[in-house]
Design a protein. Structure first.
Length: 259
């Protein structure tokens, strides 16, 4: 009996030693995480930043900030008929650029720990909160003709108007700074669910991929595309009030303790 107890104690101590030496150093329990990176999704692209606090070894409370450029699925790139290499491409029929800012809270659950330095930690998470949408009018460079013996062209910067601007008189898009003073606010709510794969080789490092499903719901349809152009050129067209998308985040960051 004494031999059995001694053997059992030896095995327990050995197991604890192995768990403390996964990275060649004693295990440190961290209280916080911070990480971020680029975002790609079916509706556009952007970036995000996440701050998380451990509630226990397997559960974290998350605070998140996402900033995204949101596209309409019917956007089609076009170029000037003048074949001028200096002209910038544009999206015919697009009335507004649309940007969204999410501020959310959520939870992350770790259900597969990283058992070795080269392993992968698997978690799932959810987040929800308000989303703040902003539309900015699209300005284009429009071609005008000087009538006379020597026919010449000149350009004017104008806000896109589906009744006056067509593919044969649009030279290209204007500076992205035009229209900043005309931003319009569109409030809404968002939610997302995702799986998080973390594979950093450093015990205090964070590096990995997060992929999941997100949904943004606004109080009204977002006027990205001209309704006239959508109706004339596309079947069953509409601007959207609800944006549902599959997304992928590529992230890096660190774990730490408050000093």
């Amino acid at each position: 009996m004494r031999l059995f107890a001694t053997s059992l104690l030896f095995l327990i101590l050995r197991s604890m030693s192995a768990q403390q030496d996964l990275y060649g150093e004693p295990t440190i329990l961290y209280s916080r995480q911070i990480y971020g990176g680029p975002n790609l999704n079916l509706n556009g692209f952007g970036g995000f930043l996440t701050y998380a606090k451990y509630k226990d070894a397997f559960n974290l409370r998350m605070y998140n900030l996402d900033i995204n450029f949101v596209k309409h699925e019917k956007e089609t790139k076009a170029w000037t008929p003048l074949n001028d290499p200096n002209a910038r491409s544009y999206f015919y029929g697009k009335e507004n650029n649309f940007y969204s800012v999410r501020t959310g809270i959520g939870k992350k659950k770790i259900f597969t720990e990283k058992l070795r330095k080269s392993g992968v930690q698997l978690s799932y998470l959810w987040q929800a909160g308000p989303v703040f949408g902003f539309t900015k009018p699209v300005y284009l460079e429009i071609i005008y003709t000087n009538e006379g013996q020597a026919r010449t062209y000149y350009l004017e910067v104008e806000k896109f108007d589906a009744d006056r601007h067509f593919v044969d008189n649009i030279y290209g898009r204007a500076s992205g700074l035009r229209g900043l003073g005309e931003l319009k606010f569109h409030p809404g709510l968002f939610a997302k669910f995702a799986f998080n794969f973390e594979y950093s080789n450093y015990k205090d490092g964070l590096k990995g991929i997060e992929t999941g499903l997100s949904a943004d719901v606004f109080t009204q349809r977002i006027p990205i595309m001209s309704p006239k152009i959508l109706k004339e050129n596309m079947s069953n067209p509409s601007n959207h009030q609800i944006f549902i998308s599959i997304y992928v985040n590529f992230f890096f960051g660190k774990k730490y303790n408050r000093s």
